[in-house]
Write a protein that binds this ligand. Structure first.
Ligand SMILES: C[S@@+](CC[C@H](N)C(=O)[O-])C[C@H]1O[C@@H](n2cnc3c(N)ncnc32)[C@H](O)[C@@H]1O
Length: 323
């Protein structure tokens, strides 16, 4: 497929580069390479920086490789899921790396291509898969029970009318399969009405929920975060950009867990829990795009970045002074 029109403006670009400090050189993992906007900036920051770019979307990888061809062997691409980070790095012989980025969610290229079925704004097949295999959103909508659909819309879309929408979907699919984005949107609007809320289409939450369910987006995010933290070299940082509150909550809690130190009561003279603080938060609060960035790229509006850094090696034993 031609590259014409494939665009994605990298979000919080300056902030990501400042957080990861690629000018120090070394190996940086871009766990969601997309069209390579962030990876380009990392590679441009220093001739000694190399990037391992992972993406589950073969089309995105092909475009990124084309766009970043000038960097030659300094970019290595991996088709796969970021949840399998440990296996990808083992295969490349990388025990530790000098920085990791995860820019979660979908790229504008994926949203803009009607045939990928991510957008309720464009008529297309109800696909929504980021990768090339596995069940589509249409398969999920055809097979899930009313209870499962209700749970998906409620938990992953935070949709208050999850139950009535699931009931409408189950009724409609008795007559004909729900195969397109337009049909799905019309069913949601049958329940919610056409009125936009806070500039958002009423179908936004249900589409978000279906995308998360189709790609198992939140299920394995924690595994990725744990593995990413474990692979940071001393002084290396992990930067994560999330785009909705469910994602951000998982990142925030994982970062809190990893930056917690000894949990022994203050009255204990020595530590018996063996937990030593090896990670520190670089961002106490999440970093949001500036108004200037939002003026140029409205799609950045829900972005939040959190960063942590490895400040010590693992492995204190019991008996170290507590706290
Ligand atoms: C927001 S885009 C990244 C854009 C990129 N930072 C850039 O500047 O072009 C997110 C990318 O992550 C990929 N992705 C989403 N979930 C993934 C996962 N679990 N494993 C690997 N890639 C994933 C998507 O296919 C998409 O290309």
């Amino acid at each position: 497929m031609a590259d014409a029109g494939a665009v994605h403006v990298p979000v919080l670009l300056r902030e990501v580069v400042a957080a990861l400090r690629p000018e120090r050189g070394g190996v940086y993992v871009d766990a969601t390479l997309g069209l390579g906007g962030h990876a380009r900036a990392l590679l441009e920051a220093s001739p000694d920086a190399r990037v391992v770019g992972i993406d589950r979307d073969p089309e995105a990888l092909r475009l990124a490789r084309e766009r970043l061809a000038a960097f030659g062997a300094r970019l290595v691409t991996v088709e796969g899921r970021h949840e399998d980070l440990a296996e990808h790095l083992d295969r490349l012989g990388l025990a530790r790396v000098d920085g990791i980025l995860a820019d979660l969610g979908v790229s504008s290229m994926q949203l803009d291509r009607a045939e990928r079925g991510f957008s309720f704004m464009k008529e297309g097949p109800l696909d929504m898969r980021m990768g090339a295999s596995g069940p589509t959103a249409a398969d999920l909508v055809a097979a899930a029970s009313r209870e499962e659909l209700t749970r998906i819309f409620r938990e992953w879309g935070e949709e208050r009318m999850a139950g009535p929408i699931a009931r409408t979907v189950v009724e409609a699919r008795k007559t004909a399969p729900i195969g397109t984005t337009g049909e799905m949107r019309r069913l949601v609007l049958k329940v919610l009405g056409p009125k936009r809320e806070m500039h958002k289409d009423p179908a936004t939450r249900v589409f978000q929920a279906l995308r998360i369910a189709t790609n198992r987006e939140l299920v394995e995010l924690e595994r990725f975060l744990d593995d990413a933290v474990a692979r940071l070299a001393l002084g290396a940082r992990l930067s994560v950009l999330s785009y909705h509150s469910l994602e951000d909550r998982i990142v925030k809690h994982a970062f809190q867990r990893h930056t917690a130190g000894c949990t022994c009561p203050p009255s204990f003279p020595v530590c018996v829990c063996s937990r030593r603080r090896v990670m520190a938060l670089v961002t106490r609060k999440s970093v949001r795009p500036t108004l200037a960035e939002l003026g140029e790229n409205p799609r950045a509006r829900s972005a939040r970045m959190r960063v942590l850094e490895r400040v010590a090696e693992d492995g204190a034993g019991p008996g170290t002074p507590s706290r």
